[in-house]
Design a protein around this ligand. Structure first.
Ligand SMILES: [Zn+2]
Length: 469
């Protein structure tokens, strides 16, 4: 009888230990998800959690204590391995060195020695040779985008299909490309000056910047085979919704952001320090598929467009505040996953053609309607591949530059077909971007050979010839 009771007690204690272990490791995983590239604070919190498990099982004197300890060492090393896979060797080393028990744990010390060894193979990549590629919203259903209507030509020229995108990204990964942030390339100092930063990568790896324009899911694209919006799903992941023919809504990877999130989960070494792309947002029809602009709140006569009126008519219970809240939640979830945002101007304008005063008003609208939803940014990605000057560095004589700088913009991107174009000024960085769309792939496949092989990526559903511009 005594024997049975003892056995039962042991079983109950063992179950309790397993349960506690699961809870702790579960909460740790959540912390890791939210943290992105781990900061010092999280390192300490996680070291503490690992130690708590150790202490608990020790007190209970249950067999399997050793397993628990090596389990937490294993988890710690797995976290550090992920940081190192994303080239953050210092972060990996710091994480392990800060953990309690490091001085007496050979496994942790060996891991640190390994990271230090790999780090010595890395070299600083010339930041003025970093290429930058961009896409528009990806075509999810070719048969709807390329259906012969009046919008087909435009989609065929400037859009990329999901199958093309997947091939391009896989090929770039295979060639050693690694996504970096514009903020990995330069640093803005307290006094407003901008200086170069260093990007350290192992041999064979090449940094590139990824951006996507107009992720607004504009009204005109409804029914043309594009995603409806970005959402945060029940697992806290950013996904797209898509409206099927029967009106039902599917959730999945139907545009660049979730496609890249999924790709990086499978290939963490495609991302430098956990950084991903930068999304260039206009404001006039809201952001990320949400109708957040002030016009949707005020419905000011004279400003409501034909498309917007149609939207109001078909959405009688539209709630502007809830739209803003949802868009902010998506933006926050994206930022936690390594994404950044840029201004693409509020009204998709070319400043020089639009005029100074109109550009000031447009910028005020971006700051009041977009920055308030997704957060502020110091990156301006011009629409139409425009710029506010020629190839020579901006000077303080340039009223547009002086104005944008006064509004907090430090990094400016135009469109340039060369392999890379980066310019550092005293108070700014500029970079040219390369369009990877139907037009470029059809007319200039030779200009893309450093990135991918067009013949492998080309979607045979795309009508040819791609219309000339
Ligand atoms: Zn655009």
């Amino acid at each position: 009888m005594k024997c049975i009771i003892t056995l039962l007690v042991i079983v109950v204690i063992a179950l309790a230990v397993v349960l506690i272990k699961e809870i702790v490791s579960g909460s740790r995983k959540k912390t890791q998800n939210r943290a992105g590239s781990g900061t010092g604070e999280i390192v300490i919190a996680e070291g503490g959690a690992g130690n708590a498990v150790e202490g608990l099982s020790g007190e209970d004197g249950v067999e399997g204590t050793a397993g628990t300890v090596s389990g937490s060492t294993g988890e710690l090393i797995a976290q550090a391995d992920l940081l190192a896979a994303q080239y953050d060797y210092d972060g990996a080393i710091q994480l392990l060195k800060a953990s309690i028990g490091y001085v007496s744990n050979m496994e942790l010390q060996n891991a640190v020695a390994g990271y230090e060894q790999t780090k010595t193979t890395c070299a600083s990549y010339p930041v003025d040779q970093v290429t930058h590629v961009f896409f528009h919203t990806l075509v999810k259903d070719d048969s709807k985008a390329f259906d012969g209507d009046e919008k087909e030509a435009g989609y065929n020229q400037v859009m990329t299909t999901i199958s093309e995108f997947n091939s391009i990204i896989q090929q770039m990964y295979d060639k050693g490309y690694v996504m970096v942030s514009l903020h990995d390339m330069c640093k803005v100092n307290e006094d407003g000056t901008v200086s170069r930063k260093e990007i350290y990568l192992p041999p064979g790896k090449k940094p590139f910047v990824l951006s996507q324009d107009d992720v607004s899911y504009y009204h005109y694209m409804d029914g043309d085979g594009f995603a409806q919006k970005l959402i945060v799903d029940e697992n806290g992941e950013v996904k797209n919704t898509y409206i099927e023919d029967d009106g039902s809504i599917s959730v999945g990877d139907y545009d660049m952001v979730p496609l890249i999130d999924t790709f990086v989960k499978e290939h963490p070494d495609f991302s430098y320090h956990g950084h991903k792309g930068i999304v260039a947002l206009t404001g006039y029809e809201g952001v990320l598929g949400y109708r957040t602009d002030e016009v949707y709140r005020t419905r000011e006569s004279g400003r409501v467009t034909h498309y917007q009126q149609q939207f109001f008519d078909s959405h009688p219970d539209f709630d502007w505040q809830s739209e803003v809240d949802q868009a902010t939640a998506v933006a926050d979830a994206m930022k936690a996953e390594g994404w950044e945002f840029a201004s693409h101007t509020w009204g998709h304008i070319n400043p020089l053609g639009y005029g100074y005063d109109a550009t000031v008003q447009d910028t005020e609208r971006w700051l009041a309607n977009v920055a308030t939803v997704v957060g502020s940014t110091d990156v301006l990605i011009f629409a139409f591949g425009a710029d506010i000057g020629d190839w020579q560095p901006y000077t303080s004589d340039n009223a547009f530059f002086t104005y944008f700088k006064s509004k907090g913009f430090n990094i400016f991107c135009n469109v340039d077909s060369s392999q890379y174009w980066v310019q550092f000024g005293n108070t700014f960085m500029r970079q040219g971007r390369r369009n990877l769309d139907g037009y470029r792939m059809y007319y200039n496949p030779d200009m893309l050979y450093d990135l991918f092989d067009v013949s492998q990526a080309w979607d045979s559903n795309r009508p040819t010839p791609v219309p000339a511009m």
